[in-house]
Design a protein around this ligand. Structure first.
Ligand SMILES: [Zn+2]
Length: 460
């Protein structure tokens, strides 16, 4: 292991130089004009994978941008197989005028590299390639079986990846998927993300009378769709933040004591949180901390609401229509289809007969979780500790990463999310940047992780 770590430290500058080359390729997946650049980026990744000693390296065509694959499978059947996933495509650069430097001409200032794709995801996926290099160049092998899958369509919603996973399920079969495409909880705090929330997004449309009415002539005799909508929304949640839809919490796995202890360890400044948002009081489900509420518990929120007159001054209208968008963030094990049905049934049940109510589902995604006490997660903790010299934290992400669920459903592989970015690195915005100290410590951590994974029994 010492040789490997020495190698990483000695090659620090070259690793950064190579990253700069990668960042110069404008691989914007949503712009047809960049199609040749997408191919260049795929070839660049292909060359890297070959160069570090991976085998079976190949660019696979899809109906969209190609996928790059490579593997090293000589560790033996008794060793685990991990699948490293990342994406070589980047977000568009607009608004370009807000960039301090051209987005594809990387600049380093104070050990921070500025370029589109620096943190999302080129800098992070490159960590894995360089850790693999350090192992193979020094020992001629990898401690475990490794497959690498780098796609080019993440920023446009991975439209062809599920199909690729299904068609190539044998090629991609693995025990764990390791992804570095998220953030650490805080600077200098290496983090293991073991859970993601799912989503059920709903719309409620209400129709009352067949046309807008004069509230003087008809008011009091006809139900008002906005009033009806307000009644319905008010019955979705109580004033302590508990969701009132019967059965909503049935499939929720309660936070374990162990998890709650880990939540406790996450630094969080509640006063600063309030100050930042200019709110006088925090709000949320009774019995849980803010940290737990925003990632470990399910939610229900109105995202939009409309109806009636919204212009200047007064207009005494009794509107014909009203509506709302409502989203529910779900925790792992809650099934979006079940939640959607419970929502629709409940809204129908509490709706007055005096208006027509149509509640429907628009969009959904499942959450996912890798249990905090699984050997591969415990091994990740040890590896990050060695790579950063700081005790890592466990965290859950409040949002969703749909592809993680595809890995679980199609390949049966649990995901371990080791994000080496920071939340304020402007992913998707001008002046995207990446802290090169996390790049370096990430490479060390993943190099350790590959070694720790070799002896998973000791974490059982
Ligand atoms: Zn990304």
């Amino acid at each position: 292991m010492e040789n490997i770590i020495d190698y990483i430290n000695k090659n620090k500058k070259r690793y950064v130089d190579e990253l700069i080359d990668f960042l110069k390729i404008p691989s914007i997946s949503n712009n047809p004009e960049n199609k040749p650049d997408m191919l260049d980026a795929a070839k660049w990744v292909e060359n890297q994978l070959k160069g570090v000693g991976l085998e079976n390296v190949k660019i696979y065509e899809t109906d969209g941008h190609p996928v790059v694959y490579g593997d090293w499978l000589k560790a033996g059947k008794d060793k685990p197989t991990i699948l490293v996933y990342g994406h070589y495509d980047v977000q568009p650069v607009d608004p370009i005028e807000l960039w301090s430097n051209p987005p594809f001409e990387p600049v380093i200032k104070d050990n921070i590299i500025y370029a589109r794709g620096a943190t999302d995801d080129k800098g992070q996926l490159f960590i894995h390639i360089k850790s693999i290099e350090a192992h193979i160049k020094n020992t001629g092998k990898l401690p475990v079986n490794v497959k690498v899958l780098i796609e080019g369509e993440e920023e446009i919603g991975s439209p062809n990846l599920s199909k690729f996973l299904k068609n190539q399920s044998k090629l991609l079969a693995s025990d764990y998927v390791v992804i570095s495409d998220t953030s650490m909880y805080a600077p200098d705090l290496p983090s293991i993300c073991y859970g993601l929330r799912g989503l059920a997004f709903m719309q409620i449309d209400i129709v009352g009378p067949n046309r807008d009415l004069h509230s003087g002539s008809y008011g009091g005799g006809v139900n008002n769709p906005i009033n009806a909508l307000a009644h319905i929304i008010s019955k979705l949640k109580d004033d302590k933040g508990k969701i009132l839809i019967p059965g909503f919490y049935d499939d929720v796995i309660p936070l374990s004591d162990n998890e709650r202890e880990e939540y406790e360890k996450l630094p969080f400044d509640e006063e600063g949180f309030k100050k930042n948002l200019e709110i006088d009081e925090i709000f949320g489900e009774e019995g849980y901390s803010t940290k737990e509420r925003i990632s470990g518990r399910p939610t229900l929120d109105c995202n939009g609401i409309w109806g009636g007159y919204q212009g200047e001054g007064a207009k005494t209208v009794l509107p014909s229509k009203a509506g709302a968008k409502v989203s529910m963030r779900l925790v792992p094990n809650q099934q979006p289809e079940i939640i959607e049905k419970l929502f629709i049934d409940y809204v129908n049940k509490i709706s007055p007969k005096s208006v027509k109510v149509n509640a429907r589902a628009l969009h959904s995604g499942k959450g996912s979780m890798t249990a905090i006490d699984t050997p591969a997660v415990k091994a990740a903790k040890v590896a990050l500790q060695k790579g950063f010299n700081v005790e890592p934290v466990f965290m859950r992400e409040g949002g969703s990463i749909p592809i993680v669920n595809s890995f679980k459903e199609i390949l049966g592989a649990d995901a371990i999310l080791l994000g080496f970015g920071l939340a304020d690195e402007n992913a998707h915005s001008p002046d995207e940047h990446y802290d090169l100290s996390n790049f370096h410590r990430g490479i060390l951590s993943i190099a350790y992780y590959l070694t720790e994974l070799e002896n998973l029994e000791k974490y059982k």
